[in-house]
Design a protein around this ligand. Structure first.
Ligand code: PEP
Ligand code: MN
Length: 264
């Protein structure tokens, strides 16, 4: 798999600014919540808005995503706020709907990356489609599975690829919701030299207070971007309430990060 930065949506954004900033709520919950979040984040200068429309929840009976109507809210984010938008897709039907509504970027969630049959089916649905795809690591610490998922999209012609590191589920009591195991994403990045690597400190940390230090660690390791969950009122969020930041806290975090400039 050879990635050419000139053909890669994420690398092109990185030419303008580093790190790449991706942010938005864990889940789209209401039209007002989506627009309010996007408006604040636009002012913070993010590159790409995120919101889950179909949510892979561990427990049945919890909020499983707002579904198709959320795609209309995201269209308003594009046209009225002027931000490109991304959603998680896990079935060919999700992809068809996302394409129908003109979603700019797709991402593959950790619970999907674990299954090569599903990844292959999604990749085949995208054969001949020119859309950027971000692939989260699988929930388990398996570098080959992550690399294999990226290659399945590459093999179907997707050239705008990025990897998202969201931590790994490991047994036992841990400081973080998902162990970072930094050596795995670093090895992935060294294997595919022009592959943009994005950290998702929200799902690694699982709690608000971990987001800043985890992001700083990733930047110190030369990550290319970050994806951070932001909600106007995290305490009442329908998913991942413990780890979402307010837009103001996110802006403050960005101010506190130390970003290295090239070659120093
Ligand atoms: C998410 O981004 O909200 C999500 C469900 O993440 P993950 O696939 O990393 O668990
Ligand atoms: Mn989430």
């Amino acid at each position: 798999m050879e990635l050419n930065p000139a053909q890669n949506y994420f690398s092109q954004l990185l030419n303008n600014r580093r790190p790449l900033l991706i942010s938005g709520p864990c889940s789209a919950e209401s039209e007002a919540q989506v627009l309010e979040t996007a408006f604040s984040l636009k002012n913070t200068g993010i590159d790409l808005f995120r919101a889950g429309i179909w949510k892979p929840r561990s427990k049945p009976g919890t909020f499983e995503g707002i579904g198709e109507i959320g795609l209309q809210w995201l269209q308003r984010v594009q046209t009225e706020i002027g931000l490109p938008v991304s959603v998680e897709v896990a079935t060919p039907q999700h992809i068809e709907l996302a394409l129908k509504y003109g979603i700019d970027v797709l991402w593959i969630g950790a619970r999907t990356t674990v299954n090569p049959f599903v990844v292959q089916e999604l990749a085949e649905t995208l054969r001949g489609v020119d859309i950027p795809v971000m692939v989260k690591n699988p929930v388990n610490p398996d570098l080959a599975l992550w690399a294999g998922a990226l290659e399945r999209f590459y093999n179907m012609g997707i050239r705008s690829l990025a990897a998202i590191h969201r931590g790994f589920s490991v047994l036992g009591e841990n400081r973080y919701r998902n162990a970072p195991l930094w050596q795995i994403p670093i090895e992935l990045k060294s294997r595919y030299k022009n592959l943009p690597l994005i950290v998702d400190p929200s799902h690694i940390g699982g709690r608000r207070e971990h987001i800043l230090p985890l992001t700083q660690q990733a930047l110190d390791l030369d990550y290319d971007g970050l994806m951070v969950e932001v909600h106007p009122n995290p305490a009442v969020a329908l998913s991942d309430a413990e780890q979402q930041l307010t837009p103001a806290a996110f802006a403050e975090m960005l101010n506190r990060l130390q970003v290295r400039t090239a070659n120093c």
